[in-house]
Design a protein around this ligand. Structure first.
Ligand SMILES: Nc1ncnc2c1ncn2[C@@H]1O[C@H](COP(=O)(O)OP(=O)(O)OP(=O)(O)O)[C@@H](O)[C@H]1O
Ligand SMILES: Nc1nc2c(c(=O)[nH]1)N=C(CO)CN2
Length: 409
């Protein structure tokens, strides 16, 4: 599985998850149950979690295993195809996951000749959607100590409006589908981790559609976006010029205008060189999350490394606004949560779009915010012709890049 730049995604592989289930076409399979085994390969980008060494930015494999096990031992269905589809839907319900491979084994299947195993293997991603509902856990049904964040970590499933006529995964009736007297003893069995229809306050199931948040929605019409660029390592002016070209070369992104270039004192972080900052006005047909992936690819292409918070960087590209969208998720927040207080963003933005208004909390007319931002004194000057002026040899001082084409702010 590759990302939008055709690079291989990272993987979390979880194999051999085993549970007794009651799936099958035959009555004896429904009555007696048998062993089911699942292998799951989750395709995602693990860099953010690794950079921060923070579980909150990846998929918790313990939680994943419990959810997969709950599907295996949960509501009985005829086909292991359906079981595989449900597992895929459950994994893809985590917004961080881009694709998933699922294999469901049924080694004790009723096959009349000697055989080793029978497996159904599926791959689902955000273009080939699972044709099933995700498993939805309810807090009271789960042993709290075992999965402290199981429900909290479930993303909101869209479309958000619950569809009362939609089929939902309901708890296997312990005395109906299962034979009287059969009480699964495993804590991960149907009793402990039963898929249940969500209540009015719970996440809604998704009609066999893509499980997304607002950031995954591809817009009906191109959306105006504002991107803020910063650089203070290497040859910043050259990097920013190339970055503007790279952003315009992203399929689905059209650069509309580019601000003057600002030299700015670093805000926060360690002692480091001044930044060069600029703002790009663009229009995109990409979803916000696809835009983030694409801008991060541009950062990577320019040698971006993340060592310390707000540390020096060859290139930073922040999404400041994405149309009028106001939303927060684990990997993205728009408007950018600190844009309203950053003169290094607001001043160049106000230069290229004097009437612009920053939406959201702390928002307002950009020119006004720029004039009052705490770091406004750190904006040393602006260069108007920085995209076209010849770039002198790289200099450790970003001011050196600009030769004489500078103006006082
Ligand atoms: N609006 C946004 N634009 C870009 N990245 C965002 C945005 N909202 C959240 N993020 C997330 O922030 C993460 C860290 O980004 P990055 O390392 O560039 O932060 P930073 O530039 O050092 O700090 P700041 O976010 O304060 O500018 C990214 O991996 C991305 O997932
Ligand atoms: N002057 C300036 N300071 C910063 C910048 C930046 O682009 N310019 N970016 C930061 C994190 O994104 C932190 N501090």
């Amino acid at each position: 599985m590759v990302d939008d730049q055709r690079r291989r995604l990272d993987q979390i592989r979880l194999t051999g998850i085993t549970a007794t289930g009651y799936h099958g076409v035959f009555e004896h399979e429904r009555r007696e149950g048998q062993t089911f085994v699942a292998d799951v390969v989750v395709h995602l980008d693990t860099r953010r979690a690794a950079a921060r060494d923070d579980l909150a930015h990846t998929l918790n494999y313990g939680e994943l295993a419990l959810q997969v096990s709950a599907v295996l031992s949960g509501e009985p269905v005829d086909l292991i195809e359906t079981v595989a589809e449900r597992i895929a839907a459950t994994v893809l319900a985590h917004a961080i996951v881009q694709a998933v491979d699922v294999a469901v084994h049924k080694p004790q299947a009723p096959i009349e000749v000697p055989f080793g195993d029978v497996v159904v293997a599926v791959r689902r991603d955000r273009t080939k959607l699972p044709a099933a509902e995700p498993y939805v856990a309810q807090a009271p049904a789960l042993p709290a100590a075992a999965v402290p964040t199981a429900t909290a970590a479930l993303p909101v499933a869209l479309p958000a409006a619950p569809n009362p006529s939609a089929p939902v995964m309901v708890a296997p009736a312990p005395t109906g589908a299962l034979p009287t007297g059969v009480t699964p003893s495993s804590p991960s069995g149907p009793v402990a981790a039963t898929p249940v229809a969500p209540g009015p306050a719970g996440p809604s199931p998704v009609d066999g559609e893509l499980v997304v948040d607002a950031f995954d929605r591809t817009p009906d019409a191109p959306v105006d976006v504002v991107l803020a660029l910063g650089s203070n390592l290497g040859a910043p002016q050259d990097t920013l010029r190339r970055a503007v070209g790279d952003l315009g070369a992203i399929p689905g992104v059209q650069v509309v205008d580019v601000s003057p270039l600002a030299r700015t004192a670093p805000v926060g972080g360690p002692e480091q060189p001044d930044f060069l900052n600029a703002v790009v006005l663009a229009r995109t047909s990409l979803s916000a999350r696809d835009l983030l992936r694409a801008t991060q690819s541009v950062e990577q292409a320019h040698g971006r490394e993340r060592h310390e918070h707000w540390g020096p960087r060859t290139l930073d590209v922040d999404i400041i606004v994405y149309g009028g969208l106001t939303a927060v998720s684990d990997d993205l927040e728009v408007p950018h949560p600190r844009a309203h207080e950053r003169a290094f963003v607001l001043q160049p933005w106000a230069q290229v779009a004097p009437d612009a208004v920053l939406p959201g909390l702390g928002g307002g007319p950009v020119a006004v915010l720029a004039a009052t931002a705490p770091d406004r004194e750190g904006v040393r000057w602006l260069a108007l012709d920085w995209l076209t002026a010849p770039v002198p040899a790289a200099s450790p001082d970003p001011a050196g890049d600009l030769g004489g084409s500078v103006q006082p702010a």
